[in-house]
Design a protein around this ligand. Structure first.
Ligand code: GDP
Ligand code: MG
Length: 175
């Protein structure tokens, strides 16, 4: 049987969100399958690549992680330049990071790419007993901004692959 025609997509993906929300941990979980309780805030290659195969396409992610610059609540334009996908991360056990997530969404929208695939990620879902942001609040913010919403845990691996698969699918549809 002939293989269906397969698209090759290369996509820059950026992560934004407050320090300590788990951006680096999400990437390391996805790319290396690892998790560290004491992830160093400013350590990390800041750049990773990862292939993901769908039926209809192969997506090569160029993942840009911050190296602590989010401390200043804003990132340089070159960080966003050419991005096809953006992931806004907050920590369900810290409501301040959710309040700040709204600002990160605004910063993304200032970049002016209407085709940007945007995800809102509620991370640290293993910390249910410390939850300060409920699921509905996250869903509402994502709906208002044309994002998709997913609750994850880099610690337990909950929904990590699902997050990147969903982004890949949306990129494949858009191409
Ligand atoms: P970043 O500053 O956004 O890159 O956040 P990090 O990835 O450095 O994570 C900050 C801290 O949160 C580290 O101590 C991680 O171990 C921890 N962390 C990250 N993701 C999770 C998670 O899903 N659950 C829990 N319990 N801790 C997490
Ligand atoms: Mg980090």
């Amino acid at each position: 049987m002939a293989r269906p025609s397969n698209k090759n997509i290369q996509a820059k993906l950026v992560l934004v969100g407050d320090m300590g929300t788990g951006k680096t941990s999400l990437v390391l979980r996805f790319v290396k399958g690892q998790f560290f309780e004491h992830q160093e805030p400013t350590i990390g290659a800041a750049f990773f690549t990862q292939l993901l195969s769908l039926n209809e396409a192969t997506v090569k992610f160029d993942i840009w992680d911050t190296a602590g610059q989010e401390r200043y609540h804003s990132l340089a334009p070159m960080y966003y330049r050419g991005a096809a996908a953006a992931v806004v991360v907050y920590d369900i056990s810290n409501v301040d990071t959710f309040v700040r997530a709204k600002k990160w969404v605004q910063e993304l929208q200032k970049q002016g790419n209407k085709n940007l695939v945007m995800a809102l990620v509620a991370n640290k879902c293993d910390l249910e007993s410390k939850r300060e942001v409920n699921t509905q609040e996250g869903e509402k913010l994502s709906e208002e901004n044309g994002m998709f919403f997913i609750e994850t845990s880099a610690k337990t691996s909950l929904n990590i692959n699902e997050l990147f698969y969903e982004i890949a699918k949306r990129l494949a549809i858009a191409q």
